[in-house]
Design a protein around this ligand. Structure first.
Ligand code: ADP
Ligand code: MG
Length: 260
């Protein structure tokens, strides 16, 4: 069934997910507008990754609804949701360490193609256009010389960049990124920021899940703040910067035990 409001690619409606006594996501409502970077921010344990997993169908909500591109996707299988056009970057890296950068990227471009493995194993030539696209994307972040490197030899930040490129190369209409710059050095952070801004200018729609407030403010058009499973505030970066409740939520983090 088609649900309205076409300017929004994603609508979260009264979404709820408890883990035992932990209210990870508690009656959340928000929208992601097409062609914008929306940042979902909040202190550790706020529920950001749980929202990510709920949207992707990796876990099912206790109640509420996820509408993607006008379609109710609540309860669909992760693969079916992904095939509707969502590409994502997980909080933990998921590269194939024993493959080269190029091979990892090719996997994203045609992971349904059975011939792919034959080509890879047989060393056949891959399509020139695919190779060009890979070179172009690596070039955008200054990583063209890493094309034939084995992924395990990359630094953590370089792996994140390759994963990000992989998410972009996978055919999609919506990108969801869970903490792309966490643990990444300042130089590569800049590359990631530059890439995100370029993607936005190309008209991409991105939901950026981010702990780092300053990074989120520097790239996003809209900010949604989560705290203890609830939506604490929504607005532009400037509005959110000046919201004392947001600072308070982050300050509280320093005193909470076990946050990483
Ligand atoms: P964030 O991504 O904002 O740091 P999470 O969504 O990972 O937060 O976690 C929100 C809360 O839900 C935390 O208290 C976390 O410990 C808890 N939580 C997340 N996933 C699970 C799970 N699978 N089982 C139990 N508790 C979980
Ligand atoms: Mg998280």
């Amino acid at each position: 069934m088609v649900e309205s409001n076409w300017s929004n690619i994603l609508q979260i409606k009264n979404l709820k997910k408890y883990f035992g006594g932990v209210k990870a996501v508690d009656s959340c409502d928000f929208e992601v507008e097409k062609g914008k970077i929306t940042a979902l921010i909040g202190p550790n344990g706020a529920g950001k990754s749980t929202v990510f997993n709920l949207v992707l169908g990796l876990i099912n909500p206790d109640s509420g609804k996820v509408v993607f591109n006008g379609k109710n996707i609540t309860g669909l299988k992760p693969e079916d949701i992904s095939n509707l056009g969502i590409s994502r970057l997980f909080q933990q890296t998921r590269l194939f360490n024993n493959l080269t950068v190029k091979e990892n990227l090719l996997l994203a471009m045609d992971n349904k193609d059975v011939k792919f493995w034959k080509n890879l194993l047989g060393g056949n030539k891959v399509g020139k256009d695919k190779e060009k696209r890979i070179e172009q994307m690596l070039g955008l972040v200054g990583m063209e010389k890493f094309k034939n490197k084995i992924s395990r030899d990359l630094s953590y930040g370089q792996k994140r960049l390759v994963e990000l490129i992989r998410a972009v190369l996978k055919p999609h209409i919506f990108l969801m990124l869970d903490e792309p710059v966490a643990g990444v050095n300042p130089k590569l952070r800049k590359s990631i920021k530059g890439l995100l801004l370029k993607l936005k200018y190309q008209g991409e729609t991105i939901l950026l899940i981010e702990h780092d407030i300053n990074f989120a403010f520097s790239v996003s058009d809209e900010v949604i703040v989560m705290h203890q499973g609830k939506i604490l505030a929504k607005g532009t970066p400037t509005q959110i910067k000046n919201n004392p409740k947001v600072l308070e939520a982050y300050l509280g983090e320093q005193f909470s035990a076990g946050s990483s």
